[in-house]
Design a protein. Structure first.
Ligand code: AFP
Length: 324
């Protein structure tokens, strides 16, 4: 069976050449990252790097390796004006006439690395509309302005999931030829949910709205929702969102009282916005308890946000519980 390769897909979709170069650059470097992940202990890449990132989180060796690989690959592309990464304290300026800014989480779910479970790379591409010298301010655009967003899921197969604002497509890495081939187009999240995804161990720390919502899901057929729900939690947002794009459901990482000063755990500019772009493009909804995530005006590059995303009707129900 002949399948469409990623470069051909991008040309057929009339994606601007410069944006194509950014997406293809990310696709190429993800092959190298997937090879490092596959070698694992044999290449001595597992375990802690012995340093903390700007968020105060312990870095894994592979966090650092993936960050350096993506940074070098993107900085070499003339279309890239600037970069921002979860692993970098500040934004980095690249080419002075580049058209795009890229934010990325080089290895999402990195606590899964040492247990040989799923991890991913998340990216968001924004148009550069600011001054000649790139500053953090240039990146602070609402998620709705993204030119493209996506992720690479390093699982049993390696998949690249992408939107350039015209639906969501999934590509699988052909590891014999190191190229991504289209395996699913026009992804649609079912409107009704049968599964939810939340770290239940934090239940006692959530606000009342989230406590009531989840309690009612757990009551199943006997409760007010009148049906049973299944639960899944991979602890890598990429893998949990991938499941939602494939078979529906709701994913949430809410605000909780363990760190009341933090709006949530997930980062707006390289987790919630790119995933939000994909989910909306697949017909789903992406909210905080107060409003749509893609409409948030960011205040800083490492900003955090509570996230409720997935099946449109279920996200609305969850938000309603908060607003009652
Ligand atoms: P790490 O990259 O530090 O493992 O964090 C992953 C993540 O940001 C997101 O991908 C998960 O959904 C979430 O955190 C898992 O958080 P818990 O460990 O609190 O369940």
């Amino acid at each position: 069976m002949s399948r469409t390769a990623l470069p051909e897909f991008l040309s057929n979709a009339a994606v601007p050449t410069e944006l194509q170069s950014v997406i293809l650059g990310l696709a190429d470097v993800s092959v190298t990252i997937s090879q490092a992940l596959a070698k694992g202990a044999l290449a001595g890449v597992l375990g802690a790097a012995g340093a903390e990132n700007v968020q105060g989180e312990d870095q894994k060796k592979l966090d650092v390796i993936a960050n350096d690989l993506i940074k070098d690959a993107l900085a070499a592309l003339p279309a890239v004006r600037g970069l921002a990464s979860e692993e970098e304290p500040d934004v980095l300026a690249c080419h002075t006439d580049g058209q795009y800014l890229v934010t990325f989480d080089p290895l999402d779910g990195s606590s899964n690395i040492d247990i040989n479970s799923m991890v991913g790379t998340i990216f968001s591409v924004l148009p550069h509309t600011g001054s000649a010298a790139v500053t953090e301010q240039d990146f602070l655009q609402p998620g709705r302005q993204q030119a493209a967003a996506g992720y690479i899921l390093y699982g049993p197969s390696v998949m690249l999931v992408l939107s350039t604002g015209n639906g969501v497509a999934m590509f699988t890495l052909d590891q014999d030829q190191n190229r991504y081939l289209l395996t699913e187009a026009d992804i649609n999240i079912p409107v009704e949910a049968k599964e939810f995804s939340i770290n239940m161990s934090n239940q006692r720390h959530w606000v009342a709205g989230m406590q009531h919502y989840i309690s009612d899901l757990l009551l199943g057929k006997e409760g007010p929702r009148g049906k049973d729900f299944n639960m899944r939690w991979v602890a890598a947002m990429v893998a949990d969102v991938h499941r939602i794009l494939c078979r529906g459901g709701l994913f949430t990482y809410p605000w909780d009282s363990r760190k009341p000063e933090q709006a949530g755990k997930l980062r707006l500019m390289y987790e919630a916005n790119p995933m939000g772009f994909l989910v909306e493009q697949a017909g789903g909804e992406v909210w905080t308890p107060e409003g749509k995530i893609l409409d948030i005006q960011p205040e800083h590059i490492h900003q955090r946000v509570p996230v409720i995303l997935g099946a449109a009707s279920e996200v609305k129900i969850c938000v309603d519980y908060h607003q009652r």
